[in-house]
Design a protein. Structure first.
Length: 581
């Protein structure tokens, strides 16, 4: 419970004062809850029922009883309003801030984090875990803390009236808390397992939806369906086991509570018969029996939820503590790129993907990178943009180490056109404006024209307001490529990274894309993973990579015939271009 309080208050930050205020209001609400009992007790007292006599009520008695009831009702209404208002505002604000904070934090995390952690786990944390905290934590925290306080206060009050019954209350409360402690210990393992299976289920669903077209065509999909069924069955079983682990201990808890309550009522009756307790005090004892264990019952019933919230908070904090790539306060006005003795591996136990590589890329030049699949071309471009930090060596822009440049400013230096384009489920205009949110519609249109996509956009029913669907699903591959190039043109960054965008499109789209790329790269420092002969021939320098190292460096004329790998690569491309059906 202590961990839940600390974790939740850390999550709430400045908003935690609101939660603490709601706890205070909740305690006052608990005091107002006793007012109807006081009114009934006063009614019995004035009627003489407690002294085995019956008298009529006066107008003053009626007003007092009515006043006590009204104070209790109005007081509870006011306190409940403050409790729920403060809880809701603080919880929703805190979780909204946490979502944005985690998003900003993950944006600065190295890409290696996302390759080594499942997307389902991240989605579960940002949605299910935060939603669970948002909906339950403040309310349960308030009820639990105030429940414990109320039990303590009532126990002291009962002890004042009769210390013997107070001891019975104390023993019963201690036994109840011990059983609750056992329930919490039992729920820790089962709740952890249940959460893990929930992550697996989310991963399987995401994987299934992404590969749906493949599953439809291949017989292996039957095995995949069985795997999904097994994951969901394990999730069902783990949830069942978590509930099952509570049953015996919950019954034990209720048994102890009911036995204690029965014992107190018996003792109260004995004390009354022995004239060692007044009837008024006996009535108070009977009322206390019915309300003193209610907070403990609530605490027992919320044990599983408390454990789930602790697990969710731990997962949220783990995500907030993901190591990020920090930058310095330096900047660069020269866009010459230098790699000095750069080595890189994705995991500590893997071999280097880039090995002791040194390279200088002049500003305002076109550098083509060629090589066999898996030689490190894409990894090299990602290191230049600092999607990862190199294991050893340094990457510099204008003589400044990229680690010393403010991370936001560093990313402003780059525009990247990936081979696999990502578009947001938004309008075409907003997808282009992602390169510059402050751009006007006219600037968007001008960039679309340069990227050769204005014509097809104008033919769409809603033109620039057309929703492209998830990941641009309503557009062809060539259309998505041109929109991504328009986005890059609008950003107008000084360094362009191109993962050959024309490698897998039809001839018509290839020509249009080439025109768009020509507009994009004017006056820029360009690094291109190249596959096309024309691109390679026009490059200012060509980097030939092999097994993470530079095998050759020079122009087309310098490398052809002198570098075996490049010559083989060139001949293969030339033969492929001449091949016909």
């Amino acid at each position: 419970m202590r961990n839940l309080m600390k974790g939740f208050f850390r999550l709430c930050g400045e908003k935690s004062i609101r939660i603490k205020q709601s706890i205070i209001f909740g305690f006052i609400d608990g005091l107002f809850e006793s007012f109807p009992f006081l009114a009934v007790f006063y009614l019995f007292h004035r009627l003489g029922i407690l002294n085995w006599e019956v008298t009529l009520l006066t107008l003053t008695d009626v007003l007092i009883i009515t006043g006590i009831f009204l104070i209790g009702v109005v007081g509870r209404w006011i306190m409940k309003y403050f409790v729920y208002t403060f809880q809701s505002v603080a919880s929703y604000d805190a979780v909204a801030t946490a979502r944005l904070s985690i998003g900003d934090h993950l944006k600065l995390a190295p890409m290696g984090y996302f390759t080594s952690h499942s997307i389902g786990n991240t989605v579960t944390t940002l949605t299910d875990d935060l939603h669970y905290i948002e909906q339950n934590s403040a309310n349960i925290l308030e009820k639990t803390i105030n429940g414990c306080i109320n039990v303590f206060v009532l126990m002291i009050g009962v002890s004042i009236f009769n210390w013997k019954i107070g001891i019975v209350f104390l023993i019963g409360s201690i036994l109840s808390l011990v059983i609750i402690s056992f329930m919490q210990s039992a729920s820790l393992k089962t709740a952890t397992i249940s959460k893990e299976f929930q992550n697996q289920a989310n991963n399987k669903v995401i994987e299934y939806l992404r590969g749906l077209s493949v599953y439809k065509l291949y017989p292996e999909s039957k095995n995949t369906s069985k795997e999904m069924m097994n994951v969901f069955q394990r999730l069902r079983d783990s949830s069942y086991n978590m509930e099952k682990s509570f049953i015996g201990k919950s019954m034990m808890f209720l048994l102890v509570e009911r036995c204690v309550c029965g014992l107190i009522m018996i003792l109260t009756g004995i004390f009354v018969l022995q004239n060692s307790m007044s009837i008024e005090n006996a009535v108070i004892m009977f009322v206390a029996v019915f309300i003193i264990y209610k907070p403990l019952e609530n605490l027992g019933s919320m044990t599983g939820m408390i454990r789930m919230m602790e697990i969710s908070l731990n997962r949220i904090e783990n995500m907030q503590e993901v190591p990020i790539m920090k930058g310095g306060n330096k900047s660069s006005c020269d866009y010459r790129i230098e790699l000095e003795n750069v080595s890189f591996k994705y995991e500590d136990d893997q071999l280097d993907v880039i090995r002791d590589l040194s390279l200088t890329i002049p500003a305002n030049s076109l550098t083509a990178i060629v090589g066999a699949s898996g030689c490190g071309k894409t990894t090299l471009t990602r290191l230049i943009a600092r999607f990862w930090d190199c294991t050893s060596g340094s990457v510099k822009i204008g003589g400044v180490n990229v680690k010393d440049i403010d991370i936001e400013e560093l990313y402003s230096y780059f525009s990247i056109v990936f081979q696999n384009v990502f578009l947001f489920n938004d309008t075409i205009e907003n997808n282009i404006k992602f390169g510059n949110p402050n751009a006007t519609h006219e600037e968007v249109v001008a960039c679309a024209k340069k990227a050769c996509c204005h014509e097809f956009i104008e033919q769409l029913p809603n033109k620039y307001e057309t929703i492209v669907g998830e990941n641009g699903g309503t557009l062809s591959g060539g259309e998505k490529q041109r929109i991504s190039i328009a986005r890059a043109i609008l950003k107008d960054a000084p360094i362009i990274l191109l993962d050959e965008a024309t490698s897998s499109v039809d001839p018509e789209n290839e020509w249009l894309l080439q025109q768009a790329i020509n507009e994009l790269v004017k006056g820029k420092t360009v690094i291109m993973i190249a596959h096309k002969m024309k691109t390679i021939m026009n490059a200012d320098q060509i980097v030939v990579m092999d097994k993470g190292k530079i095998h050759g460096l020079g122009t087309h004329e310098e490398l052809l015939g002198t570098d075996a790998i490049y010559t083989k690569f060139w001949n293969a491309r030339k033969n492929a271009s001449e091949w016909q059906i």
